[in-house]
Design a protein around this ligand. Structure first.
Ligand SMILES: [Zn+2]
Length: 171
C-alpha cells in the first residue's frame, strides 16, 4: 500500500510537473490509498511524494473515483462559500477555506483522453483542494501566519510522539 509522506516533507510545498500519460500505475496507487483512508474525498500525487500533476477524487460517494491528470481550471464562479476542509496530510485538522461554488475544468483521464466539465459545490471544493496540492499549496496555507505556525507545531508534536511510540510517522 502506498504511504503518505509526512506533513513536513518539502515535496508538499513544490509544484508538480506535467504528468506523462497513460498514468495507470500512479492512478491505481492513488485510488488504493484514497480507499484505504476511509475519510478522504480526494488524494493528490504529491501526498505520496510523487511530483506529477495527477489526483483522484470522489465527486460524491455514489459515483466512481475520478482520475484527473494535468488539470486546468478554466473559470471560477465569483460566488464563493466557506466550509471546513480536512486533508489526509494533516489528520484531524479542519480549516475553514473559501472556494468558488462552481468551476469549469479541463483535464486528461488516465488514458490521456480530454475531459471537459463543470463542477459544483462539494465536487468543486474537492477539485480545488486537490488542484492546490499540485501547486504546492495545502489548507494550512489558507490560515493567517500565526495560526498556521500553531497547526504545524501541533503536527510536529504528533509526529515526535508517534516516533517515540515506535509506530513511525503515518498520516
Ligand atoms: Zn489535501
Amino acid at each position: 500500500m502506498p504511504l503518505l509522506i509526512p506533513f513536513n516533507d518539502i515535496r508538499l510545498t513544490q509544484v508538480s510537473a506535467r504528468a506523462t500519460l497513460p498514468a495507470h500505475a500512479l492512478a491505481q496507487d492513488l485510488c488504493d490509498a484514497l480507499r484505504s483512508s476511509k475519510t478522504g474525498a480526494g488524494l493528490a500525487a504529491p501526498q505520496l511524494g510523487i511530483l506529477e500533476a495527477v489526483f483522484v477524487f470522489w465527486p460524491n460517494r455514489q459515483e466512481p473515483v475520478r482520475v484527473v491528470c494535468n488539470p486546468r481550471i478554466l473559470s471560477r464562479s465569483a460566488q464563493t462559500e466557506v466550509a471546513e476542509e480536512g486533508c489526509l496530510s494533516f489528520p484531524n485538522t479542519y480549516i475553514p477555506v473559501e472556494r468558488s461554488k462552481q468551476i469549469e475544468v479541463e483535464y486528461q483521464d488516465a488514458e490521456g483522453g480530454t475531459v471537459h466539465g463543470t463542477l459544483n459545490d462539494f465536487a468543486a471544493r474537492v477539485f480545488q483542494h486537490e488542484y492546490d496540492h499540485l501547486q504546492g499549496v495545502t489548507i494550512v496555507d489558507k490560515l493567517p501566519p500565526h495560526q498556521r505556525e500553531q497547526v504545524l507545531a501541533a503536527h510536529a508534536k504528533r509526529l515526535r510522539k508517534a516516533g517515540r511510540m515506535g509506530k513511525g510517522a503515518h498520516a
